[in-house]
Design a protein around this ligand. Sequence first.
Ligand code: ASP
Length: 349
Amino acid sequence: MRKHFLLSCSFLLCMTAVAQAPHKWAVVLHGGAGVIERKNMDPKTEAAYRASIHAALEKAADTLDKGGSALDAVEAAIRMMEDDPLFNAGRGAVFTATGKNELDAAIMDGSNLKAGAVAGVTRTRHPISLARAVMEKSLHVMLVGTGADEFAASHGLEMVDPGFFFTERRWQGLVKELQREGKPIPPRPAGAPPAPGKPVAEIGPPDAHKFGTVGVVALDKQGNIAAGTSTGGLTAKMWGRVGDSPIIGAGTYADNRSCAVSGTGTGEYFIRLTVARTICALVQYKGVGLQAAADEVIQHQLTEMKGDGGVIAIDTKGDMVWSFNTPGMYRARVAEGGKPEIEMYRDQP
Ligand code: ASP
């Protein structure tokens, strides 16, 4: 009896120790998928992307290392990328066909399935922080347009004039795309600098199908995972068009019981396939491994539908994966005690 009691005690102690053992943190991020090919990338542009991705990864890693939550890490890294004109999020976002920047973002907490999302915001500097405010300070999951911007202002978030998001590179991208589609070119937006006399050098691969949406998934020391995504959507999108990034279950999803996912690509396909949630459901209900689940949805389901893009995903064990069917995806990952990996092309060594 006594032996049995001792055995159960040590078993219990052991279980408590396991339950309390701090998790090793881990983080994966993406900066968009698309036609990102070595042959089109000059060394200067590649170095610029590498530096930006590295800085954002470091920001998330630092946050997690100091004991910050997965949500904090996701938000902090995405805020950096929203301010970085290299990415299609915040400043540097692509334009709608009517010449506006309409921004979408979402964040989800895998520990309690709370989520916040915003779509079509035009005046909030950091849409990811607004998504978090919707999650934490409203009764709702999603706010759109003017209402979302007003919510941001009323909660003290930093507001900017819409011209803040303007970059010449994205404007030229819009002009090119509208010319290709034979559509009228809208006037330059208010607050934009005067048009440059000579053409602006293209940064990155010369193709409209380079995206630049940003996303982060993280695991913190408490063992919780979170996901976040922020984007300007697609170049020359229709006024009011909403992509997958802010749709919970499509471009963004997190659940401690399965995984956290952020996607990038042509959002219409991601919405129809509920890409992020389907990956998590495969893990949760079918016991499929994280890489296999991401590949099933991206390499098979999305590809068969002729959709394009990719995902990053993480789970509470610290598995960090990505899968994409485009020529490239800006992506990076690092786990506690490990070396950061930064990749761009499909044929990465
Ligand atoms: N998925 C985004 C959208 O469709 C775009 C992207 O990821 O590049 O809005």
